[in-house]
Design a protein around this ligand. Structure first.
Ligand code: NAD
Length: 494
């Protein structure tokens, strides 16, 4: 994006946000609002409704009606496709505005945000729209006296609860397949990243999505999110966020209508570097980007570096150089490589992990501090901690900030054991020139994705999901439809 365009969009006043229910803007039923604080400089950007349980109920009723009367699921798939493709075009046409709005709200560096947010959301909506008129049912191989038809039908009302990192990208991973399948949706954005999703919903209406099919309710997780999770009118709950919230959602499902719950949770992903890595310079550069981009606020971030002992000191030195060369600062400066930490709360959490490691005598090889405090924003220096122990909290728990721990290993078996010594299993990285070793380790590493001789590459064609406490189910790829399309059999006696 051009700097002049970014500056023009940065200076725009942002009107107060609204819920979008039944295709129209709504304020909170009790008039409550939340301030939208920019992590760039701590300024108040605007306000948004502090949703109530009544607001969430209104949106759920709207989605229920829209599903049950077939205004969306009853359309031919090719008609849904047409509207969704128009929506994707509108998202793309408004990409610059959406990107800057999102950065002002959540602090991701603009270079990354522009591609990963509006452009990726448009691509995701388009991918699922294009797919929806290519899904067939089945004829079962029954005996000749019966005909078994297996249909795929939309599952119903979807409750989508999403986090503050990459709201458009992650939101569209849910919205694309859910809406293409014919479901209706009530979405709750995160408190600190709602503005772009509200705008996305307005664009959907402009594209011709019938009212009530996609509703957005802003506000607090414990109120709006909890109401969606406890509702008897929501058929499936799709979530990206922390394990603690994921547990609450499963509990709410068990206590209400046993709605299906799909969780995309956190990670503590190992990035394993062998001495025979094809290019150590590239490995250090990509590994640094793999943890420090977006100030570490990436679910698949390679936050646990496992490095073969013979190259440990040399590789740590290379990483430190990369970390210190990284441009951290104003996320609306196109040169910035790591923007703001999303909130004061998140920054305090990150620093607490570092303080604990420091107190335990671990080595802070670089970073470990808040920086650029004079801006009023929330920034943290890329941080590398060596000399850690396997049961240190900073090694076991997800920081979700720019903090990398380093552990040495000697053998392949030890690397696998260390990699799998985690309650999480989202992603992993593996750097080696030995193809046989790469295959052996790929089979044994417990993770939803293993990157080989790179870290963090992906596109919409491959599924994303975790094992162990990183969640269940998959976003992205055609497999994502499985969450939103139910199998239903017609058994016909001939
Ligand atoms: P969070 O769990 O605090 O919040 C996520 C969403 O849940 C927000 O919208 C929040 O308002 C809502 N929520 C909070 N409490 C709730 C409750 N009691 N009932 C219902 N909803 C509630 O997580 P976060 O801090 O916003 O996001 C960061 C987490 O998301 C990290 O753990 C990160 O790894 C994870 N994440 C995972 C993926 C993935 O694909 N696996 C992708 C991105 C982020």
């Amino acid at each position: 994006m051009e700097t002049t365009r970014i500056e023009e969009l940065r200076s725009r006043a942002i009107p107060p946000a609204s819920h979008l229910i039944e295709g129209t803007p709504h304020q909170a039923s009790d008039g409550g609002t939340l301030n939208v604080v920019s992590p760039i400089d701590g300024s108040i950007l605007t306000t948004m409704p502090k949703g109530t349980r009544d607001d969430a109920r209104l949106a759920i009723r709207s989605a229920r009606r829209a599903f049950d009367d077939g205004r969306w699921s009853g359309l031919a798939p090719s008609s849904r496709k047409k509207i969704l493709l128009k929506w994707a075009d509108l998202i793309e046409a408004n990409a610059e505005e959406l990107a800057v709005l999102g950065v002002r709200d959540n602090g991701t560096e603009i270079g990354m945000a522009y591609k990963a947010e509006p452009l990726s959301a448009a691509g995701t909506i388009r991918y699922f729209a294009e797919a929806v008129d290519k899904i067939y049912g089945e004829i079962a191989p029954t005996a000749p006296d019966a005909l078994g038809l297996v249909h795929k039908q939309p599952v119903g009302v979807v409750g989508a609860i999403v986090p503050w990192n990459f709201p458009l990208m992650i939101g569209s991973w849910k919205l694309g397949p859910a809406l293409a399948a014919g479901c209706t949706v009530v979405l709750k954005p995160a408190e600190t990243a709602s503005l772009t999703l509200v705008r996305l919903a307005q664009l959907a209406i402009d594209a011709g999505l019938p009212p009530g099919v996609f509703n957005v309710v802003t506000g607090e997780g414990a109120v709006v999110g909890a109401e969606i999770a406890e509702s008897h009118d929501v058929d499936v709950l799709v979530f990206t966020g922390s394990g603690a919230t994921g547990r609450r959602l499963m509990e709410a499902s068990a206590k209400s209508n046993l709605k299906r719950v799909y969780l995309e949770l956190g990670g503590k992903s190992p990035n394993i570097v062998f001495a025979d890595a094809p290019d150590l310079t590239a490995a250090a550069k990509v590994s640094a980007a793999g943890i420090f981009r977006n100030s570490g606020q990436v679910c698949v971030a390679g936050s646990r570096l496992l490095v073969q002992r013979e190259i440990h000191d040399k590789f740590v030195e290379m990483l430190v150089q990369n970390a210190e060369a990284m441009w951290v600062g104003d996320p609306l400066d196109p040169n910035t490589q790591a923007g703001a930490v999303n909130s004061e709360h998140q920054l305090a959490q990150n620093l607490a992990f570092v303080d604990e490691a420091r107190t335990a005598g671990r080595t802070i090889a670089t970073g470990g501090t808040r920086i650029l405090q004079e801006t009023g924003g929330t920034y943290m220096a890329p941080t590398i901690i060596t000399g850690v122990q396997p049961d240190d909290r900073v090694v076991c728990e997800e920081v979700f900030g720019p903090v990398l721990t380093v552990q040495p290993f000697d053998t392949e078996e030890e690397a696998i054991a260390l990699a799998n010594a985690s309650k999480f299993g989202l992603a992993a990285g593996l750097w080696t020139a030995d193809l046989s070793r790469a295959h052996r380790m790929f089979a044994k590493i417990q993770a939803g994705v293993v990157h080989v001789n790179t870290y963090g590459g992906a596109d919409i064609t491959v599924p994303l999901g975790g094992v162990k406490q990183s969640g269940n189910g998959h976003d992205k790829s055609l497999h994502a439809f499985d969450k939103y399309l139910d199998l239903k059999t017609a058994w016909i006696k001939l």
